[in-house]
Design a protein around this ligand. Structure first.
Ligand code: PMP
Length: 325
């Protein structure tokens, strides 16, 4: 769908997948005025195709758009774009267990000019790609790298927007994580470097021995994960107490060592819920046992959420939206 300052949104259409033509002076290439989303289409046992909480993605795309001086796409237009893609390409939604069609909506500034200002010409696109089971060999706890040198976002920055720049600035730390045999990097807050924020592409949760579930609160510097919010809801449904608050990294280290923290997990659309086995970092930091099995609550929340997504459990919160006719 195209947008211009004169006409607003117009020209919605579906076209065969292929390269985009961009002018070398297109503003997105120089100033990074770009936002995106990530969600999945799931095939249920009866063959029908569904997605999970698309309104939440649409609203987050709107918040990201406001932060990045891009135009807002309406919630119905966002959902309609997914339905129209599925109408043409629904055959690509796989049916094997735990597979899905990953949907990537994105918006870029594509006005041709050199100069720093909000573009007057923008494009919204939606592409998709079949995704295999994230843990083909069974869900295995991952190792996480604590970066002390880099931050992901600061106060007043774009941390809560889903924009490419956040990911670009996280890549050096992610390279460091990979070099140290870790799946993802953990960022602390940029001001005090003492509080847990999030992973490169996932939010973090702690299960305490006293039964409480703890996750860093939304401060404007972390992404408001839709999986995060869904897990909070499912945990509260079970009568569990959920605390959204500041989580000092010392609480993670000491809590795991003393047994006060019994499970740590990460969550996001791609992997749903991933148990975190160990946190490692500079100066020999090593918290947790990489060989310990995945936590019980971690796995049962994972099962409940995926059962809802794949239509194996009733959708009591009205989270699922049918995509095919
Ligand atoms: N934090 C970051 C930085 C992410 O990229 C993601 C993935 N979108 C998440 C958290 C999890 O968000 P969601 O549950 O909406 O996928």
């Amino acid at each position: 769908i195209d947008w211009t300052i004169e006409e607003g949104w117009h020209g919605a259409h579906v076209q065969p997948y292929g390269p985009l033509t961009l002018d070398p002076a297109a503003s997105v290439l120089h100033y990074g005025q770009e936002i995106f989303e990530g969600l999945k289409a799931y095939r249920h046992a009866d063959g029908s195709i569904w997605t999970f909480r698309p309104e939440a993605n649409a609203l987050r795309l709107q918040r990201s758009a406001r932060r990045m001086a891009l135009p807002e796409l309406s919630v119905p237009d966002f959902i309609e774009s997914i339905k129209q893609l599925i109408a043409v390409d629904g055959k690509w939604v796989p049916s094997a267990p735990e597979t899905s069609l990953y949907l990537r909506p994105f918006m870029i500034a594509n006005e041709t000019f050199l100069g720093v200002r909000a573009a007057h010409k923008v494009g919204y696109y939606l592409i998709a790609s079949p995704a295999g089971a994230y843990f083909a060999q069974g869900v295995a706890p991952v190792k996480i790298w604590l970066t002390t040198e880099y931050s992901r976002a600061g106060k007043g920055g774009t941390g809560s927007a889903k924009c490419g720049g956040n990911y670009a600035s996280s890549l050096t730390a992610q390279v460091e994580a990979y070099e140290n045999g870790c799946a993802q990097v953990l960022f602390l807050d940029s001001e005090t470097h003492t509080n847990v924020e999030e992973l490169g592409g996932m939010n973090v949760f702690f299960v305490r021995k006293d039964g409480k579930i703890v996750t860093p609160k939304l401060t404007g510097t972390i992404l408001e994960g839709i999986t995060r919010e869904s897990i909070i809801t499912l945990a509260k449904d079970r009568g569990l107490e959920v605390e959204e608050r500041t989580v000092p990294i010392s609480e993670w280290k000491e809590g795991v060592a003393s047994g006060q923290i019994t499970e740590v997990f990460a969550c996001g659309t791609a992997a749903v819920i991933t148990p975190i086995g160990q946190l490692i970092g500079a100066n020999g930091l090593a918290v947790g046992n990489p060989d310990a099995p995945a936590g019980e609550l971690t796995m049962s929340l994972r099962k409940e959420l995926t059962d809802i997504q794949y239509g194996r459990l009733p959708d009591r919160h009205g989270w699922m939206v049918k995509l095919d006719a």
